[in-house]
Design a protein around this ligand. Structure first.
Ligand code: GDP
Ligand code: MG
Length: 302
């Protein structure tokens, strides 16, 4: 047998500034929604593993909150620090990293991410994501040349995580960077997180998607109940907000918004768990939770 046919497995951190598509890419490689996605920066708050198994090997993807400057909306808040810590911490003990950027754009926070990665001493694959959005396709090659100039990447891959383009070649390169060893997880496993955790995330995904302005950042979700009842999953979710006024907005007129949030989250849970779900939701107030290290810990933020 030649070397290229041997089984490889290992872990790859997914790093980049908020909103470039790290979670979309993780899900596309895994083939299931293990990590929530929205068009708002800082949707991902936890580090989680997405497990992508192929006949030639297994890639354990470490999806992270985006590396961001601790200013603006998140100015030095405890949440902001926790998220950057999770992103940096994910570089320990991985075999390689993917640095994700958007096609046609390189900004200050990309430089921040690159600098963190080059200090990590691991091979870095540059992912130029969202190529489907490029109007002028002839701009891609010069852009790839520009961003890789004077920077050291093990490979550069233009992809569309959303349209699942360019992923086959990427998988091949990633596997090549991993050691020859048996898989760390079973081939049917897709994440290291519990269904209970994923249920909370799917509610939070709807909060990120359905609430406007700053409100999503003042919310978190706690799963109070997760019980199997025959073929049915009974799930109880508490949505925590920081102030009374926010509670009224989440609930909406006559409860319509909360109903819509619950309905969409339930659909997503049924798809991911392959089971019927009965979901109950409540909204409660805990003042200042997002800037309170003890509250963050209680809500499961490492
Ligand atoms: P993250 O913050 O880096 O994890 O980014 P997400 O995966 O949450 O994606 C942020 C936004 O970009 C979402 O609205 C995604 O649907 C969108 N997105 C991600 N990948 C692509 C892509 O390849 N093409 C396009 N057009 N949009 C994408
Ligand atoms: Mg994300």
């Amino acid at each position: 047998m030649s070397e290229s046919t041997s089984y490889r497995s290992g872990s790859v951190a997914v790093i980049g500034r908020p909103n470039v598509g790290k979670s979309t890419l993780t899900n596309a490689l895994v083939g299931a929604k293990v990590s929530i996605v929205s068009n708002r920066p800082q949707t991902t708050r936890h580090r989680l593993l997405g497990i992508a198994s192929f006949p030639q090997g297994q890639i354990v993807l470490v999806d992270t909150p985006g590396l961001h400057r601790e200013q603006g909306k998140f100015k030095a808040s405890a949440m902001s620090r926790v998220m950057n810590r999770a992103a940096r911490g994910s570089l320990e003990d991985v075999d390689a990293a993917m640095m994700v950027i958007e096609a046609g754009r390189w900004d200050e926070e990309d430089t921040l991410a690159y600098n963190v990665l080059s200090d990590a001493g691991i091979p870095v694959v540059l992912i130029v994501n969202k190529v489907d959005r490029l109007k002028d396709k002839s701009a891609l090659l010069p852009f790839l040349a520009e961003v890789s100039q004077e920077r050291s990447f093990a490979a550069v891959h233009p992809v569309s995580a959303l349209k699942r383009k360019g992923l086959e070649a990427l998988v091949k390169d990633l596997l090549g960077l991993l050691p020859e060893q048996p898989p760390m997880f079973g081939e049917d496993e897709i994440t290291d997180r519990s269904q209970r955790f994923l249920a909370g995330e799917l509610v939070r995904e709807q909060l990120m998607r359905q609430l406007g302005e700053e409100l999503p950042y003042a919310t978190t979700v706690e799963i109070e109940r997760f019980a199997e009842d025959g073929a049915l999953l009974r799930i109880g979710a508490v949505i925590w907000v920081e102030r009374e006024g926010q509670k009224a907005i989440v609930i909406g007129k006559g409860g319509t918004r909360l109903k819509e949030i619950g309905a969409k989250a339930r659909q997503q849970m049924e798809r991911l768990f392959g089971a019927k779900v009965f979901l109950e939701t409540w909204v409660r107030v805990r003042e200042g939770w997002s800037d309170d290290e003890a509250a963050l810990k209680a809500f499961g933020y490492e």
